[in-house]
Design a binder for this molecule. Sequence first.
Ligand code: GLC
Length: 519
Amino acid sequence: MKDFLWWRDGVIYQIYPRSFADSNGDGLGDLNGIISHLDYLADLGIDAIWLSPFYPTPDKDFGYDISNYMDVDPRFGSLADFDRLTSEAHQRGIRIIADLVLNHTSDQHPWFKESRSNLKAAKRDWYIWRDHPNNWQASFGGRAWEYDAPTGQYYLHLFTKEQPDVNWRNPQVRTALLDVFRFWLGHGVDGFRLDVFNAYFKHADLPDNPPKFGLRAFDRQRHIYDIDQPEMMPFLNEMRTLLDSYPERYAVGETYFASPQKTVSYCGPDRLHAAFSFDFTSNDLNYPWNPRWVMERVMKREVNFISADAWPTTVMSNHDLPRAASRYSRGEDDTQAFLAMTLLLTLRGTPFMYYGEEIGMRNIHLRRNEILDPPGKKYWPIYKGRDGCRSPMQWDDSAFAGFSSQKPWLPVHPDYMKRNVNSQKADPDSLFNFTKKLLTLRREFPALCRGDFVPLETPPGMLAYLRRSGDQSVLVAMNFSNGETGFPPPSGQWRVLLSTSKGSAGALTAGEIQLLILE
Ligand code: GLC
């Protein structure tokens, strides 16, 4: 495709390294496991991999608590393995995005160990210490302040107490963190996913957040002093200058409770390339899922992302949320998963596909004593944590789904005998093969990647829109209902590019999806 820009036109595939493939039989996925499946990813047709953290970690938040930013946890491999992964991926035209967790470190990071050692420690000010806590809450539960007896002060942590927040107002800290970017750029990384980036800076005076109505203590305050501080922008400018000194590098920010307007304001040629807007994700398994709801969300996003500088992202699933197929499907029926995949790959915005989404993997269910995720342990049974969406990739129907030769760190979903990559590859009507076809069409038709988005009026139960670029128009039509729906396309000659059943152009059977092109 002419002018193909990988992070705008391509598809990014998120891998949670400990759950993708285990090469050394310890029950934990690793970098060599990923390397052994790069051909699979190239064949699927994705353009980049976002790797959730693979750095040394005491695992208090499963890798999102980092004790050394510039190394690989030995359980996942070595720096040499990482270099091999990057080079093997690049040979296949696949880019690598590293996850940088820079709002906080692990409490086992040498910086924090030194910081907490005494009041006069050189790195004392690298974290946020106070004699008296304010009213801030940790999003994983409880107060955001932990008393540290040896020095008699409290330190701030917006997540678990083992994840102290670094003090971004200290220039030495900023220099050290920019060096982390440089380090991974030096190792051939093409982009970064910035974990909760809009929480980096806190208000200098740490005032109490004002109250509001909400269920959890965390939701009962307006987060105006702990996130989205103006000091964020100059840093983003500096980071972007660094990225732009390399060709085609990318940064996508994970927004943390940011308003849509704020989210968009973080994107631009001197800031981030993109920031997640999470329009279609939810912790709530009963979240609505119907064409009207979907179109409302899409249009809100279209309005927010109107500026040419802000390119949207589409996310249906990730490592923090119940998988889309579990939210929208009943049992093993994949009808809704096909619809969700179509939206993911044909709405305007960069698709982020979560490992296993291409085969419709479902969440696993765990008993209370099996839960590993800290917020799950804390809030059970109101909230059962995020382990459910992190189960091992289902490659085949052999023991442990071909993920490992040993018992994996989390159980494999019991449906793996039927639902796995091998079986879906062999079935021409599987979600896997449908996903592959959509990915092929995206490569062929620029309208699907970077075209405008034009909603169409439809009968109830249907959703339809055009993607248009130059003189190319692709129509995407989906029947969410249980009956057949007639939908006459706008005037012109429309040819069927892809259809999930045998309906003729504009007449869609229950659950059918059609992609048409204007000739
Ligand atoms: C982000 C990550 C999540 C992690 C949290 C703290 O939200 O996606 O997995 O627990 O940040 O780092």
